[in-house]
Design a binder for this molecule. Structure first.
Ligand SMILES: [Fe+2]
Length: 373
């Protein structure tokens, strides 16, 4: 049996942003616009969105406090604004962190309990939240499609997902023009996140023929276009291709899960602040090596798509890919302590790890980390 969930409306392509006001109007007239303090804001995107909404007489309340790796506290503050201002629609305008924070604010706002209780599973998330619209300004995380929000408990240094089918966006507006303002570094690690998600989902133990079709095409598109997007960020045609690759893989992994690179990247983010997509990209070649014995056939298919001879060539190919987009090949810069490895391994065992094609034991996970620190 194949079961797939998506936002009920996905609008993709250059200029898709122009549909935003119409989509909002289907749900209400008071909006909480959740965003961060990013380059996209400086580039005037935020002003443009506010004008689009005001023109249709939609009330806009700005919540621009979302940080990289949003905390439970940020969600709590957003929820307070929603309740105080009687907000009817939440929009997340930004990268994965912003969209995840907005998603969490929208689901928690109409409910009784504090976000922390849902986060730690003390109470279930029952019933829908406030209608939520996702407008990504990076191409990579897939947060506009997924049913989870990665949040950080800053006190306990825990980074994990709040998850519910009710958290899927009502509308995802994916306009590649909004990614024109991403720096080469942000483009590289967001894109590497998408690429890793595509590869991990393709070999995931929960993959199915529908997700395989999506991820294989995404792997090909991202591999062939991401380096150009990093080199020439103003090229809208290339940006559109990368955004499409990102959308395809998001529609797959949101339904079929990821793997060990994602499992390990979460504690690395929580303890060492390593950008998520970068962490995933560095880990991917080693995770593939560890999985090779159980999914050689599928890796052969990827190799063939990318012009390599066989599965064994992939780890090297992906290391070279990292080099091409100017990302580091290891975590030396972050000075990870060897004695932290057991904690990192222990905290890697979330939902992503459960879909890894091979059951990797602690020694295998430690070995992977030792190779990259
Ligand atoms: Fe990811």
């Amino acid at each position: 049996m194949i079961s797939l969930r998506y936002p009920s409306h996905i609008i993709f392509g250059k200029g898709a942003l122009s549909e935003l006001a119409d989509e909002v109007s289907n749900f209400g007239k008071e909006v909480l616009l959740v965003t961060g303090r990013t380059a996209m804001r400086r580039a005037g995107v935020l002003d443009k969105v506010c004008k689009l909404l005001s023109h249709e007489k939609i009330g806009v309340h700005l919540f621009d406090e979302v940080e990289h790796d949003p905390s439970l506290h940020t969600v709590r503050r957003g929820v307070e604004v929603v309740r105080r201002k009687k907000i009817s629609v939440v929009i997340g305008l930004g990268g994965g962190s912003v969209i995840d924070a907005a998603k969490a604010i929208a689901i928690v706002a109409p409910k009784e309990e504090d976000v922390k209780r849902y986060y730690y599973g003390e109470v279930p998330i029952e019933g829908p939240g406030i209608p939520f619209i996702a407008v990504p300004t990076t191409a990579g995380t897939g947060a506009e499609i997924t049913n989870n929000a990665v949040l950080t408990d800053s006190e306990k240094k825990i980074k994990k997902s709040l998850r519910s089918p009710f958290m899927v966006a009502k509308v995802a507006i994916v306009d590649p023009e909004l990614t024109l303002f991403c720096s080469p570094f942000l483009t590289a690690y967001s894109g590497m996140d998408a690429f890793t998600q595509a590869v991990e989902c393709f070999i995931s133990r929960a993959s199915n023929p529908v997700t395989d079709t999506l991820t294989l095409r995404a792997i090909e598109i991202l591999y062939n276009n991401l380096p150009f997007a990093v080199q020439n960020g103003e090229d809208i045609e290339i940006r559109e291709k990368v955004a499409l690759g990102s959308l395809l893989q998001a529609m797959a992994f949101s339904n079929a899960g990821l793997g060990a690179a994602h499992g390990l990247s979460h504690p690395l983010g929580a303890h060492y602040n390593i950008p998520h997509g970068l962490a995933c990209g560095v880990l991917l070649p080693y995770v593939l090596e560890a999985n090779m014995c159980v999914c050689r056939e599928k890796m052969d298919i990827i190799a063939e798509k990318l012009g390599a001879e066989k599965a064994d060539d992939l780890p090297h190919l992906f290391t070279e890919f990292l080099r091409t987009i100017n990302l580091p090949l290891d975590f030396k810069k972050w000075q990870i302590k060897k004695e932290d490895i057991p904690v990192l391994v222990r905290e890697s065992k979330g939902g992503s790890m459960s879909k890894n094609p091979k059951d990797l034991v602690d020694e295998e996970l430690s070995r992977i980390l030792k190779k990259v620190i």
